[in-house]
Design a protein around this ligand. Structure first.
Ligand code: PLP
Length: 457
């Protein structure tokens, strides 16, 4: 896989002292007065800093980015250059990742319930590592892919997570034992255990409990003659420290000792994770424009009347703000204009541009009076936003403007060069290079670039 080029990625390089605010201002000024389409500014450096933070904080865990969360090519390409692996859930996701030069062994097909034709596509393209939690999947693997390396997804107690998965995925201990017996009878190789604690996890102990449960499964599998060597601790890591009840560092403080206890260094088990929102949330800022406004009066507490404003903006629930429905997000706009501290605020609501009454972005909030043409910003909009956005009513998805500061650009290239050198020196193929190696165990002398200042998580 080759390195990144700014021209290839349509990136705008920034001087180190240019702020995101400057970038937004420049973009807004560029627009003609009547052409105020919504747009994203994407700070690619934020992704680089997240990656470096991952390597430093969870040094034993190799990240396989869950591309369902945001599959824009530039993001996938950047993470591929940085050496991440990928969690794909479908044929199209596998095709996208492979089109960027990622080798099959850097992909886990992490969907426990797969269409047979997608399993065949994966097999034909060398993707053998797959999760499962049911018998039918084992029969598919036996029939379609003799090289399948199956990873048993176990159920977790996700009651303390905002987005829960355990009602849909994950085998209980009893079911797992039965599945291992089925795999043995079919001659299908089961190489590891995976879990997902749910997205927006608010109790780090859920990871510790799941790691302990995985250990039990490893022991049972060993007794049954399997030689498991992969633990996949899934996703659920927050994308920003500012709006998370549980921070990435707090999770790591529980995960690292649990791994050391149940899967100590040198035990022969490779550890991976499937972070999605962790990587992309904070890199994306969405700017929307107020396209229409309505004002009505309501009775005030003091017996008089007060205005209530309804603002209509040019992205909504059928676009980026589908995250309100699917990801339980409560958007928090920033008014992008100078507001005097003493200016009054009014009850206000925000609505998307479509003709559907469901298309409401914020039900009620206090805002200074705004006007058609004013801009609102939404930070932390990278995860599960544009990935599930539609063009309903003919409204386009907002374009993306990628920016990167010089220091971050240098960090990407240094990391890429270090990885390439390691591969050359060790004669290893890409998958054999654990991403954590510079910090943990492999080649002596390899030092990853230190995280640039101002990590945005
Ligand atoms: N892995 C699997 C199998 C998932 O279903 C998801 C999210 O739906 C993820 C990883 C990513 O989760 P998160 O974005 O919480 O890290």
């Amino acid at each position: 896989m080759s390195g990144l080029e700014t021209s290839e990625l349509k990136l705008t390089p920034l001087e180190d002292d240019v702020s995101l605010h400057d970038m937004l201002e420049a973009r807004i000024q560029e627009m003609r007065t009547d052409e105020k389409d919504a747009f994203y500014v994407v700070d690619l450096g934020d992704i680089v800093r997240k990656h470096l933070r991952w390597l430093g904080t969870l040094p034993r865990v190799r990240p396989f980015y869950a591309i369902k969360c945001n599959s824009t090519q530039t993001i996938v390409h950047t993470l591929a250059t940085l050496g991440a692996g990928f969690d794909c859930a479908s044929k199209a996701e596998i095709a996208l990742v492979q089109s960027l030069g990622v080798s099959a062994d850097r992909i886990i097909y992490a969907n426990p319930c797969k269409q047979a034709s997608h399993v065949r596509y994966a097999a034909e393209h060398g993707v053998n590592l797959m999760t499962f939690d049911n018998d039918a999947e084992l029969h598919k693997a036996a029939r379609i892919n003799p090289n399948a390396k199956m990873v048993l997804r176990i159920v977790t107690d996700d009651s303390k997570s905002i987005c829960r998965f355990s009602m849909k995925f994950g085998a209980s201990l009893k079911a797992s034992r039965h599945l291992l017996e089925t795999a043995r009878n079919l001659g299908v190789d089961v190489v590891g255990v995976s879990f997902h604690v749910g997205s927006g996890c608010q109790d780090a102990q859920t990871y510790a409990q799941s790691i302990a449960d995985a250990r039990v499964l490893f022991n049972i599998a060993a007794e049954m003659g399997f030689n498991m060597n992969l633990l996949d601790i899934g996703g659920g890591f927050p994308g920003s420290d500012t709006n998370a009840k549980l921070t990435f560092d707090e999770i790591a403080a529980v995960v690292n000792p649990a791994l050391d206890l149940y899967f100590p260094k040198g035990c022969g088990v490779n550890i991976i994770a499937e972070p999605g929102r962790y990587y992309v949330t904070s890199a994306f800022t969405l700017a929307v424009n107020i396209i229409a406004k309505k004002t009505f009066s309501k009775a005030s507490a003091n017996g008089g009347e007060e205005p209530v404003h309804m603002y209509y903006v040019n992205d909504g629930v059928y676009g980026s703000f589908n995250c309100i429905l699917f990801d339980h997000v409560q958007p928090d706009p920033i008014v992008y204009k100078h507001v005097e501290p003493e200016e009054p605020v009014f009850e206000s609501s925000l609505w998307g541009p479509t003709c559907d009454g469901l298309d409401r972005v914020v039900e009620r909030m206090q805002l200074p009076e705004l006007h058609v043409g004013d801009w609102l910003l939404f930070r932390n909009m990278g995860a599960y936003t544009m990935a599930a956005a539609s063009n309903f009513n003919g409204f386009p998805k907002p374009p993306l403007h990628y920016v990167i500061r010089n220091a971050d650009w240098i960090a990407i290239h240094e990391l890429h060069r270090s990885l390439s050198e390691m591969r050359t020196c060790g004669g290893e193929d890409e998958v054999a290079v654990p991403l954590s190696c510079g910090l943990e165990s492999c080649e002596p002398g390899f030092t990853p670039p230190s995280a640039a200042s101002g990590v945005n998580v």
